[in-house]
Design a binder for this molecule. Structure first.
Ligand code: SAH
Ligand code: SF4
Ligand code: F3S
Length: 471
């Protein structure tokens, strides 16, 4: 755990200096006018992109409709699995051709991938058309970096070795007027043996509760209906601030602001407390959804993954949640073909999935990440076998999803209407408190509202509903 005095809160003077760079940038002759951000990866990255967009707009840039037209294209990358990284690098390389026709275009790369050891050097060496690169620990320096790149037309790479920064007060351009992300903590201390996140996002650091609550109050006043509190392991919120609020207490305070719906991600099963379960049961503003990544149903694999819980203790917690709050839907993440995974281990995972009955699951084939412990482990699973396993797992989860959906038919759910369908204006789409997508007919005025919808049918991944008479 990081001690509070090791965490560097980016001082106001530094943020003021960045604002000055933003002003100088906007006065540069021939500077980039438009931007486009391509975002990969998880909600943390999606939210970082909202901050990057906020800073870019502060610098006088406006969004471009397409990346090919933009003067500055920024790739906010992910490196959780090899395919995420390859996709990002492939798309960066593809822009090289566009840049041949539009040599003034500036190309930027940021996010988790840039924070990998050796990546900055690789970008400098193998990607000469990349103009700006920076890590996750110094996004606040974007105005300065882009100013330097545009002013000198020389390449600028800045990656902090230590990502112990806590950055408050950045401008944010939020994607939605009624659903918002709010970060409560950065980084991760868990070092699951397969995972690169602790290396690219640094150690856990919690935001001060007052800063979080001020942000949420602001959003509530703007009419935001739903917020999602973000952290790699929200259950260890505040562990680095002795005497501060625990995560369940923070949840209580956040809902007391009057925000109608509050979600959070992600909960590590080892830290899921009774206090949190009680709060979920007692507090109706907390969404009826818990994402509880299990990763594997086999104890020997869980041990090799360094997850620090067992199949039994996980199932015990699931049992507790079901008892205390039976309307809460569970979802999960699962990795198949972790090094050394036997048929028996995999069957344990299948069995656990059947026992829990998740609403849905994100399933992944294990991908070795350089620098993590699992990458050195023997017993790589044959790719054909890995594919066979994941296909069986997906098929089983589809059955489970259908079973859960079937239970919902005939019920009336409160749905936050998130938008209109592309096909027809009258077709609306939204999310239940349990985080399940519902399509139904309604009017455009409903977008952004929470409305009652009767669930009439289920398709593979969504529900179909109808608004109640008079709604
Ligand atoms: N902090 C979150 C998840 C972060 S990454 C948590 O602890 O649950 C999201 C998911 O990606 C993980 O839950 C895991 O299932 C998957 N993942 C992470 N590293 C991986 C790897 N090397 N190969 C395959 N999947 C991986
Ligand atoms: Fe990765 Fe584990 Fe941390 Fe999640 S808890 S981010 S899987 S190390
Ligand atoms: Fe998220 Fe990918 Fe980084 S999953 S934390 S964007 S490595």
């Amino acid at each position: 755990m990081m001690k509070r005095d090791e965490i560097i809160r980016v001082p106001q003077a530094e943020l003021d200096a960045q604002r000055q760079f933003a002003r100088e940038f906007s006065a540069l002759p021939g500077r980039p006018r438009t931007y486009y951000i391509v975002t990969y990866g998880c909600q943390m990255n999606a939210h970082d992109s909202e901050k990057l967009a906020g800073m870019l707009e502060d610098m006088g840039l406006t969004p471009a409709a397409q990346k090919e037209e933009a003067d500055f294209v920024l790739h906010n990358t992910c490196c959780i699995r090899d395919n995420a990284e390859r996709k990002a690098l492939g798309n960066v390389t593809w822009l090289k051709e566009i840049k041949k026709e539009r040599p003034d275009m500036l190309i930027g790369v940021c996010g988790c991938m840039v924070q990998e050891p050796g990546m900055a050097e690789k970008l400098l060496r193998q990607y000469p058309f990349v103009d700006v690169a920076f890590g996750t620990g110094n996004i606040h320096q974007l105005p300065e970096l882009l100013f330097r790149a545009a002013d000198t037309r020389r390449r600028v790479v800045a990656v902090p070795e230590e990502q112990s920064t806590l950055i408050e007060g950045l401008p944010i351009r939020r994607e939605s007027p009624f659903q918002s992300y709010v970060t409560i903590m950065y980084g991760c201390n868990n070092f699951c043996s397969y995972c690169i996140v602790p290396y690219v996002r640094g150690r856990e650091r919690s935001r001060e509760a007052d800063d979080i609550l001020r942000e949420v109050e602001g959003l509530q006043k703007q009419g935001v209906k739903e917020i999602m509190l973000l952290g790699q392991n929200v259950n260890s919120y505040g562990n680095d601030m002795p005497g501060g609020l625990s995560f369940p207490k923070l949840l209580r305070r956040v809902t007391e602001t009057g925000i109608p719906r509050v979600r959070f991600m992600t909960s590590h099963p080892k830290d899921l407390s009774d206090e949190l379960i009680e709060e979920m049961a007692a507090n109706p503003a907390l969404c009826r959804h818990l994402h509880l990544p299990v990763q594997s149903g086999s104890n020997s694999i869980l041990n090799a993954m360094n997850r620090r819980y067992t199949r039994e203790s996980y199932l015990e917690k699931v049992e507790k949640i079901r008892k205390a709050a039976p309307d809460v839907g569970l979802t999960t993440d699962i990795i198949v073909a972790f090094p050394g995974e036997t048929d028996r281990d995999f069957e344990d995972t299948m069995d656990l999935v059947k026992t829990v009955g998740y609403d849905s699951a994100f399933t992944f084939i294990y991908s070795p990440r350089v620098g993590t412990r699992a990458a050195e482990m023997p017993g790589r699973v044959d790719p054909a076998l890995a594919t066979e396993r994941i296909e069986r797992l997906i098929a089983l989860q589809e059955e489970m999803t259908q079973m859960r959906f079937a239970e919902m038919i005939g019920r009336t759910e409160q749905v936050l209407v998130t938008g209109q369908s592309k096909r027809s204006e009258k077709q609306l789409t939204g999310k239940t408190s349990r985080n399940i997508s519902v399509n139904f007919e309604g009017s455009a005025q409903m977008v952004g509202q929470i409305v009652p919808v009767r669930i009439a049918a289920a398709s593979k991944t969504t529900l179909k509903g109808e608004t109640e008479k008079g709604a």
